[in-house]
Write a protein that binds this ligand. Sequence first.
Ligand code: CU
Length: 318
Amino acid sequence: MNVPRCGWRRCVLNVGLLLLALSLPQALLAQWKASVGAQSKDLGRQALAFLPNEIWIHEGESITWTFEMAEIHPVSFLQAGQMRLPFQVGCPGVMVNNASFDGSSCVTTPPPVTGQTFTMQFPMRGNYKLGCLVHENMTGVVHVLEPAALPLNQSDYDELAAKEKTKLLADADNDQKETSAHHHFANAVKAGTSAVVATASGKDSLSVMRFLNDTVVIHAGETAEWTNEDPITPPTITFGTEPANPMPPSANGTIDADGARHATITSVFDSVHSGFIVAALQERIGLSQAPVGVTRFRITFTKVERIHIFVRCTMIWG
Ligand SMILES: [Cu+2]
């Protein structure tokens, strides 16, 4: 029988190679990086997106998301077919960090703060939908694969994320302070607008969280109207005291025949609040038709005054 023989240098080298081979699977488990959201300097333009929103990784690897914006985006993985619940309800098993997701039970982060990170490990192969429980049009996919070559590397993802961020924040359709050209009513103001961008694996959105004309001049006795063209982040229109809960309208309003909310301001001491004004919702096959929503808020001003009205968005939910 041949006994393997080697000089001591060769033996050391062989043992070294063996140890390297044994430790390779662990060493090759990558730690991927992605970011959540982006915003303009004045915070008015919010990109609601996972950047990038499609990632291919190996089983056992993890992804760390960094939250880049003021708007809240709980990173959420639901079970296949699970009903989407409001983010305040979330899903059982909210985890803060070092979570893992294999599709068997949902995982979501609490509403994160700018600069925070969230790391999640994926121990099982599968294609998992990634979503934000606050914004419906903010989705993506994580593909968890067996050991094999992956289509993209970290620098590809960094480049994709940067491109998508620039594209979303610069969306030309939403760049203008639009006047009432899109409305049938005089004295109309857009309280918000958005663009939803479809990608191969999900949806990115841009929300413009500003009144799009900041000054409206009307005569005493006339009515001004606010609308919202952003289906994801409903603004509210408030005159006077801000309510603790921004969702419902103030009790002193009425409903017009066409469904619009309507309030009257007779002096600077009046307080009126629109509640959420949501643009028409997206329909989906297999689900009940979405109701006709409240998309307009009108205020009749009975006196000559100079007043200030505030807009705010879901990011201020308590
Ligand atoms: Cu979000």
